[in-house]
Ligand binder design. Structure first.
Ligand code: SAH
Length: 363
């Protein structure tokens, strides 16, 4: 297992994954004659044994557990609130060591157990339809905070169940925090870590061309999804402010380069906003843009966000849109809506919690 880069953002007792093997061993050294064995044991308890408390580590001497209490904690993040939707989706409001709140979602689909993780507190991209973008970005998550979300979601599963897939589609722009994300995913995919397949991990980006190439050069076989959302620059810039500087062409070129370098086809995400970008003419233009580019399109009907003016597309519009793409040999799928009854659109739970806290402050 690789060491986590030391990237502490908050005061308090450091976490096992935050310290990494070497520092954990050093921290144990004054308290036990077998520090490296103990460090391995403790890591196993956190990663495989689902321990969130030192006292759960039953094969550690009680004396050692007591002396480590103020020195190291299994996880720095905790579940502040859990909502379970009627379709089984678990939405976790996760509290970080510095009190910041992020969201992590666990979804169930046949044999798949998929966790959706955040990479930043808030998001700096400011997309017009997104709840996370409304509040701006407070900071990047550290690699251990990204990894701890996987563990907290895994701890929700029954004893004999495992996580199978990860989508990096929670709060934040993953490629704006690429090195911490890559460190976390290295442990998620290592056999001594969570043993996840790189091919079952999807990273979604607003489209940062140089970072897309950096990801391709990392040599990892992660799946890349790019939020395209519009067939031309004028409309895309209205929906995604960062497009003004980037432009669709640079994103498509980077996506093709990613495919060339990794052999992995890029998925283009396309949010459908009723009456805005879901018309037959939009589908036709999107099809022409992507035709012959070896692209797959994932259509995402808009998840309503309180206070935003956008509407969900009509059911018929979704069908017609998809058919128009496929008629031009651009394969397309429609994302299923998960956790609809618990505000599972990214950023909404945190926004609600912040609003509730603001109201509580005023009372
Ligand atoms: N910053 C990354 C990850 C964002 S979340 C990115 O831009 O891709 C993952 C996907 O959900 C993105 O395609 C995002 O545009 C989309 N999304 C955000 N808010 C949404 C909403 N209210 N309804 C549907 N999709 C939304």
């Amino acid at each position: 297992m690789t060491l986590m880069p030391l990237d502490i953002t908050a005061p308090g007792v450091p976490g096992v994954l935050e310290l990494g093997r070497e520092k954990l061993t050093a921290a144990i050294a004054g308290h036990d004659p077998h520090p490296s064995m103990r460090a391995r044991q403790i890591e196993r308890w956190v990663i495989h044994g689902r321990a969130t408390d030192l006292n759960a580590m039953s094969d550690l001497p009680a004396r050692l557990r007591n002396s480590l209490a103020g020195i190291v904690t299994p996880l720095t993040a905790s579940v502040a609130k859990r909502s379970v939707a009627t379709d089984g989706t678990h939405k976790l409001l996760v509290k970080l060591a510095d009190g910041q709140l992020i969201e992590t979602v666990l979804m169930f689909e046949e044999d798949r157990r998929t966790v959706c993780v955040s990479t930043q507190v808030g998001c700096g991209m400011g997309c017009a339809f997104c709840a996370s973008g409304l509040i701006g970005v407070a900071r990047n998550l550290t690699s251990h905070e990204i990894l701890e979300q996987l563990l907290l979601a895994r701890n929700e599963l029954l004893e004999d169940e495992k996580l199978t897939h990860v989508v990096v589609m929670g709060m934040g722009e993953p490629l704006a925090n690429l090195s911490n994300l890559l460190s976390a995913l290295a442990i998620a995919t290592s056999p001594q870590g969570l043993g996840l397949s790189a091919r079952h991990i999807t990273i979604s980006t607003v489209g940062l061309p140089s970072r897309m190439l950096e990801l391709a050069d990392s040599g990892r076989k992660y799946h890349l999804a790019v939020s395209l959302h519009a067939p031309d620059d004028a409309l895309r810039t209205q929906l995604i402010p960062t497009n003004e500087k980037t432009g669709i062409n640079a994103i498509l070129d980077a996506a093709m380069e990613f495919f060339r370098k990794t052999g992995r086809q890029v998925t283009f995400e396309y949010i459908l906003l009723g009456g805005v970008n879901d018309r037959a003419v939009d589908a036709e233009r999107l099809a022409r843009l992507l035709e012959g580019r070896k692209a797959h399109v994932n259509l995402i009907p808009f998840n309503p966000v309180d206070g935003l003016p956008w509407k969900r597309p009509d059911r018929d519009a979704v069908v017609v849109f998809r058919q128009a793409l496929e008629a031009r040999h651009v394969t397309a799928s429609v994302r299923k809506r998960k956790g609809a009854d618990i505000d599972a659109a990214c950023g909404q739970l945190r926004r609600q919690a912040i609003q509730d806290a603001a109201i509580a402050d005023k009372i």
